[in-house]
Design a protein around this ligand. Structure first.
Ligand SMILES: [Fe+2]
Length: 305
């Protein structure tokens, strides 16, 4: 068995107000509760999906993976302990804060705090309303989206995420991360979403290169592009990825790592077989030079225009 989906993400950021504007006015997520110390955002029928809290890291602080019920949570805890992972039962206070019925906490081999939970809060009585007019986001069985985890040892991370959490390899892209630099990226699924996680040894100062959310329509992506381009935040132009076939663009968040805003990805179907690619994109995804680039940024698709 594996975790069912990526359920939620928590970021620790220096500039909470800048994130508030970025999440609502630019990405079109709905703020549900917040103060100067942070906020939580919705993008579907769940009570929240992304938490943004005040912190010095400007990085992903934790990720939560969902299982179906208490029996699966117990199985995952046993599986992790069997793999030598130190697992802690989440207490009632943490469960209440996350709005879940039960959870366990642990870290990946390179220090990213992870949680597995069951029983998230649904709020169908408060329909999702995007403040920027996004028609909606594709979640459901495919979960929140994906993120690309930067690790110093890809094989060690791959062993952990496949053997302990049950992810399966979708494909590998040998990414050109500089004129003479090729970095293999491993794309992993735990449901129909082509990748819920990707692993690569990018030499970045952050835990992730980017996280991705998938809108319901192509127009949602185009309209988001226009909103974000007006602020000189685009880092890669409109394009279609070679592996999941997603049409998307990339933009820099107020914390210096990227967000991918996409639509139209294909799913992994039964009978899927692992392949490899030399290119990340069929077309587009051209790097855009930032007028004020964040330190440690990495250019994935050749030199910026
Ligand atoms: Fe992505």
């Amino acid at each position: 068995m594996s975790v069912r989906s990526l359920g939620y993400l928590g970021f620790a950021v220096k500039d909470v107000p800048a994130w508030r504007d970025f999440m609502t006015a630019k990405l079109g997520l709905q703020e549900v509760a917040g103060d100067a110390e942070g906020a939580r955002y919705r993008l579907d029928s769940r009570a929240w999906r992304i938490a943004v809290e005040a912190g010095e890291e400007d990085d992903l602080a934790y990720a939560g993976y969902e299982v179906a019920d208490p029996a699966e949570l117990t199985q995952m805890a046993e599986r992790l302990r069997g793999a030598g992972v130190a697992v802690t039962e989440g207490d009632a206070a943490l469960a209440k804060r996350r709005g879940v019925l039960g959870l366990i906490t642990f870290t990946d081999p390179f220090g990213l705090p992870l949680e597995i939970y069951y029983g998230p809060s649904e709020v169908f009585e408060h329909p999702f309303t995007s403040p920027a007019g996004v028609s909606g986001f594709r979640t459901g069985e495919q979960g929140l989206g994906h993120f690309v985890r930067c690790v110093p040892d890809t094989q060690k991370a791959l062993a952990f995420y496949t053997e302990a959490l049950g992810f399966q390899l979708s494909d590998v892209i040998d990414i050109k991360a500089g004129p003479q630099v090729v970095v293999p990226a491993y794309f992993l699924h735990c449901n129909g979403r082509h990748h819920t996680l990707a692993l690569a040894s990018f030499p970045l100062p952050r835990r992730i290169h980017h996280f991705m959310i998938e809108a319901n329509t192509l127009d949602d992506v185009g309209l988001a592009y226009d909103r974000i381009a007006a602020e000189d935040r685009i880092t890669m132009t409109f394009g279609r990825h070679s592996n999941d076939h997603m049409v998307s663009f990339y933009a820099v968040t107020p914390s210096g790592f990227d967000v991918e805003f996409g639509w139209g990805a294909r799913a992994v179907e039964p009978g899927w077989t692992v392949v490899r690619h030399d290119a990340i994109s069929v077309w587009g995804h051209k790097p855009v030079r930032q007028s004020a680039p964040a330190p440690g940024r990495i250019i994935l698709n050749g030199e910026p225009a």
